[in-house]
Design a protein around this ligand. Structure first.
Ligand code: SF4
Ligand code: SF4
Length: 353
């Protein structure tokens, strides 16, 4: 087939030669020091990956710097993990220490492996998206500034801890399956500029954009109406019709969810559940959110058994006790009264083939 410029290149074309030669033969890895993973193949080959934090939204200068480092120590082989950690793949073991020294000299945070916090995955935020409640990158920076000792391995935790941020409930980040997730929430009915809607919005696609069927056409105004009973304030419609405004600096806020995970070790994968329904969206440093996240990390860190993920710990002690020991108030907002709650109660993320 002819080569086109659509889509990314096939990943196998980008593998370091040592990984390609040993494809399917990698047996296990060790963690000789924070941020360093040593992978062993059954052929006897060894490759080291060195992990460093990235702010996710990066400048071209930053990427050029990464590429220069990768050219120098890894024959150009560098990748980003799904949580935006940078991983340098070093085939020549003698280059690992010089690479670590250069990363330290350039103030890269090395870490994010094993029983600690990995890079915080997050969404676009005000910098790009149409329905963002918050500046996801700034929020992540504030939380990580507070918790980076858990990234670099200066402080350890009972198990790995994945934190995610999504700037609205559409949740482009991995919030539904992270140990601790911060989710931006709109809290009032979208406002409609009917005159503008009649001129610029395609009514059918606006109606179709609503996942809860809350939008109906208003033929009289050549616009739409939104039902307060059905709307969950997701902001989806605002992306389709610019005459709909879902944002309100007074009422928008942040919620915190806990206990999600992707791994099927010990228990099935878990969906995150609501812990804190509302915290103020308070840029530029979000003190309420950073304090709440730190509290969750420290309480779980002090009480979980070795290897016990956040949701597994809650499963063992029970939700009542969780609210008790974290000091979080249990409110009516914690009760899932969503129309499809019966189905969601019974749902896991376990896939069977
Ligand atoms: Fe946009 Fe929502 Fe995704 Fe944030 S989570 S990038 S606001 S759709
Ligand atoms: Fe529907 Fe979401 Fe718009 Fe509400 S905010 S009307 S739920 S698309």
């Amino acid at each position: 087939m002819a080569k086109t410029d659509f889509g990314p290149p096939h990943y196998r074309d980008m593998l370091p030669p040592l990984i390609a030669e040993n494809y399917g033969k990698w047996r296990y890895h060790t963690i000789p020091q924070p941020g360093v993973l040593k992978h062993f193949s059954e052929s006897g080959a060894v490759i080291t990956s060195v992990r460093a934090a990235s702010p996710r939204l990066v400048s071209t200068d930053f990427v050029r710097d990464l590429c220069d480092i990768a050219d120098k120590y890894c024959d150009g082989h560098v990748r980003f993990t799904t949580r935006h950690n940078i991983e340098f793949l070093v085939s020549d073991e003698s280059r690992v220490d010089p690479l670590l020294a250069e990363l330290a000299a350039k103030n890269y945070l090395v870490g994010g492996v094993g029983h600690g916090i990995s890079n915080i995955v997050h969404t676009q935020g005000w910098i790009h998206c149409k329905s963002a409640v918050t500046d996801a990158s700034g929020l992540v920076k504030s939380v990580m500034d507070d918790l980076h000792d858990y990234y670099t391995g200066k402080r350890t935790l009972p198990a790995k801890l994945r934190i995610a941020v999504a700037c609205c409930v559409n949740m482009c980040g991995a919030c539904h399956c992270s140990d601790i997730a911060i989710v931006g929430i709109h809290r009032k009915l979208p406002e409609i500029d009917h005159e503008m809607a009649s001129k610029v919005c395609e009514i059918r696609s606006t109606v179709a954009s609503c996942p809860t069927g809350a939008i109906r056409p208003n033929p009289k105004l050549k616009s739409i109406d939104i039902s307060d009973d059905k709307c969950m304030y997701c902001g989806n419609c605002g992306a389709v019709c610019p005459a709909i405004n879902t944002m309100d600096p007074e009422t928008d806020g942040l919620s915190i969810w806990v206990g999600g995970k992707v791994a099927n070790a010990r228990t099935t994968p878990q969906l995150s559940r609501l812990a804190i329904p509302y915290l103020p969206n308070n840029p530029p440093r979000w003190p309420e959110v950073t304090e709440a996240v730190r509290n969750l990390v420290e309480v779980w860190g002090a009480r979980a058994k070795p290897g016990e993920r956040f949701g597994e710990w809650i499963g063992r002690i029970g939700w009542e006790r969780f609210f008790d020991v974290t000091g979080i108030a249990f409110t009516g907002k914690h009760i899932d009264d969503f129309t499809h709650a019966t189905a969601s109660f019974r749902t896991t993320t376990q896939f069977r083939f």
